[in-house]
Design a protein around this ligand. Structure first.
Ligand SMILES: [Mg+2]
Length: 214
């Protein structure tokens, strides 16, 4: 199998996160879990995502059965195919691709779901690009560290990333010279990294245009 470095030969571009940057994964997970494990507060999946952020934080779902379901979901290709795209992300990413090529999709999803991920990107008309997922040799608890190291190792062929996760940003070395477009976060993080906060996909495109054309 080709290594990402071979695929990127002579090409410079940007990396793109998947969950909560392109796909509204948490919405779909809340929706599915409500059907199986109940919704005693009678919340919409959206309200539940706002209140608890992750399915693992919903207090009345805790337990072995739920954990088993969750592990199955993480490894399920069909789940990836069913995720709703985030509003504005399809048009936004295609526009971003004209400013700076999408060099790779970079995500902590396990390598086992590469097929479903690929199908989902294609079905929703996201730009075609290599997909880099977490190898099975990397434990889930080390996933952000793995992703940060991957991004750092690809610089300067890859000049940065669009990502939503502050925990990932915390894992990036303070020496990293690339740019991070922080999707959907207004909160400023205490870091020396070059972070550009973007409240939506229109803002990602607008700020990328300013950044890469200056
Ligand atoms: Mg994410």
């Amino acid at each position: 199998m080709s290594d990402i470095n071979d695929l990127l030969e002579n090409k410079s571009g940007i990396a793109i996160d998947l969950d909560e940057t392109l796909s509204w994964t948490i919405y779909y997970w809340m929706l599915e879990a409500q059907k199986i494990f109940g919704n005693p507060e009678n919340l919409t999946p959206e309200a539940m995502a706002r209140k608890y952020r992750y399915t693992g934080n919903v207090p009345y779902w805790e337990g072995q059965e739920f954990n088993k379901w969750r592990m199955g979901k993480i490894l399920c290709n069909e789940t990836q195919r069913n995720l709703p795209p985030i509003k504005g992300s399809i048009k936004g990413l295609n526009n971003l691709n004209k400013i700076i090529p999408i060099a790779t999709y970079l995500s902590c999803r396990p390598q086992a779901v590469i097929k479903g991920t690929k199908d989902w990107l294609k079905a929703n008309n996201y730009p075609d690009a290599p997909i880099t997922l977490r190898p099975s040799s990397v434990k889930k608890q080390d996933e952000q560290k793995w992703k940060a190291k991957k991004l750092e190792s690809l610089y300067p062929d890859i000049v940065g990333i669009v990502d939503d996760n502050p925990n990932f940003i915390k894992a990036v070395s303070s020496d990293f010279k690339g740019v991070i477009f922080l999707y959907d976060r207004q909160k400023s993080l205490n870091t020396n990294l070059n972070i550009i906060s973007c409240k939506d996909w229109d803002t990602v495109v607008r700020k990328a245009k300013e950044y890469f054309r200056k």
